[in-house]
Write a protein that binds this ligand. Structure first.
Ligand code: 5AD
Length: 483
């Protein structure tokens, strides 16, 4: 495949329209101003460097999600999470209007929040607050800060975020489209994300490390590891192509401890192999593990259990970072106290595990790792075959043909024919593969495992079983067994 690094003149040709899409775009016209500002940020507040340090030290860093409408409230929130919550890394979660480029509605949300004296947006509207608003936030805290969002066209947000002192940017052209949007065309979104990665690459070329993190968990609903791994590796390849160097790939907790540990280990190995195979050598790969992204129990004590099990897997899997949930997860956006308590619960597990080594060198983990390797291999080969010499086109064609298919995603560009379900031990398996290019050897293993459950429960594998599994954890179990 030939390199499709976006020529700088093509980047600049788009840039004016991007910056013109909202008045605050004017403040970031001079890229050099962003570079100069970033050069003044101390190393300990640089996200990419924090991830590299965690990797060298074998540490797992803690990061919450958080974002409110107004700058001062947002600063208070982040300060609370770093002091009371002991967060190692900070987020700035972006509101839903900004994610859809609806800046006028975000502006009204800001006004109404001022009047109401409380946040009426579900995140921080960074584009509306602009470069200087973002700088206020990143300057007010002592830890590195990342923008976390869910924006298909995140070009303006990226321009403002990087000029505003954020040193990490979440998302990717698949992971911030297919699970988030209904009608955004795959190729268009991938090209918009090439812009984001090219901007990041430009900062790198100018000596400023900016961390990029594709969104690993996708829909967070029974996603088999090989599907999210394939997407993560593809987004990693696209980012590296544009000059990104600090890359954090993610995986969302599935709930079966050994499958999760196998998934974490294989993500690290496979990503490294595919990147090197594609000719990349100068990258810093780290991992993030997301605590359970599916439905949570309402009961706070039960929620803490889900959080703590996730904390255990993050520690045992030796990932560099874990994203923490709160005991308010079933209710919606947490108060700052609930958010801090999720961090503290996780901190307790991580510290108790800090010096322990959980041996994952066993036959079951090996079996799962081997399965994931074969499954990822099948999908990656199919995407490469569909790509010719253009990975973006390969991904577009693969979604159109169902060679890539994300379970339970809203996008009309996703076939939605894949159905996952748990086996009798709780591993996430495939009930229906849709058009995924998986061979009979792989599918017969999935089938066998599901027959075992079917027999144990005395019912056939049906969509009902899938639904039962989706709600199981919120109801206190891993597997959705009939009563
Ligand atoms: N503050 C804190 N958490 C948030 N989430 C979304 N927006 C915010 C916010 N502004 C969390 C949800 C869920 C995850 C997808 O993101 O609570 O855990």
């Amino acid at each position: 495949m030939r390199s499709h690094r976006m020529p700088w003149k093509d980047f600049l040709a788009q840039r004016q329209a991007v910056l013109d899409s909202w008045p605050t775009g004017r403040d970031v016209t001079a890229i050099e101003d962003g570079l100069r500002y970033q050069r003044g940020i101390p190393d300990e507040k640089n996200f990419a460097k924090a991830m590299a340090r965690a990797k060298a030290a074998g540490q797992t860093l803690l990061q919450p999600r958080a974002g409110v409408a107004l700058i001062d409230d947002h600063i208070r929130l982040l300060r609370f999470l770093e002091t009371e919550g002991t967060a190692d890394l900070l987020p700035t979660t972006i509101d839903a209007y900004t994610r859809q480029n609806r800046y006028e509605e975000a502006a009204r949300g800001i006004e109404r929040s001022r009047t109401a004296g409380t946040s009426l947006l579900n995140g921080f509207p960074a584009v509306n607050h602009g470069r200087d608003g973002c700088r206020k936030v990143t300057e007010a805290v002592t830890k590195p800060v990342q923008v976390r969002h869910g924006t298909p066209d995140a070009r303006l947000l990226a321009e403002i975020a990087l000029a505003g002192g954020f040193t990490s940017y979440e998302g990717g052209g698949i992971s911030y489209n297919i699970p988030y949007a209904k009608k955004v065309e795959v190729g268009q979104c991938l090209r918009d994300w090439q812009y984001v990665d090219r901007l990041t690459g430009y900062y790198e070329e100018n000596g400023i490390s900016i961390n990029r993190e594709p969104f690993g968990p996708l829909t967070g609903t029974l996603v088999p590891p090989f599907i999210s791994h394939t997407v993560a590796i593809l987004e990693g390849l696209l980012a590296l192509e544009q000059g990104v160097k600090s890359l954090t790939l993610g995986y969302g907790q599935g709930g079966h401890v050994l499958q999760d540990l196998a998934a974490i280990a294989s993500l690290r190995e496979l990503a490294d192999e595919y990147f090197r195979e594609a000719g990349f050598t100068d990258f810093d790969l780290t991992l993030v593990f997301h605590q359970w992204m599916g439905g949570f129990p309402e009961d706070e004590a039960k929620a803490f259990s889900v959080i703590s099990l996730g904390g255990f897997v993050a520690a045992a899997g030796r990932v560099e970072k874990t994203i923490v949930k709160s005991p308010h997860e079933a209710m919606g956006i947490p108060t700052k106290e609930a958010n801090a308590s999720g961090l503290k619960a996780t901190r307790q597990v991580l510290s108790m595990m800090a010096d322990q080594r959980i041996c994952t060198d066993n036959a079951v983990v090996d079996r799962e790792k081997d399965l994931i390797r074969r499954e990822v291999g099948a999908l990656m080969s199919a995407v490469f075959a569909a790509a010719g010499d253009d990975l973006v086109q390969g991904i577009v064609r693969s979604f159109a043909g169902g060679l890539l298919d994300v379970p339970f995603a809203p996008s009309i560009y996703n076939k939605g024919k894949v159905l996952p379900v748990r086996d009798n031990e709780g591993y996430i398996r495939l009930f229906a593969k849709g058009s995924l290019p998986l061979g009979n050897d792989i599918m017969s293993f999935h089938k066998e495992r599901l027959q075992e459950r079917s027999k144990a429960e005395g019912r056939p594998v049906t969509f009902q079983m899938v639904t039962d599994d989706i709600y199981a954890i919120s109801k206190g179990k891993l597997i959705g067994r009939p009563k």
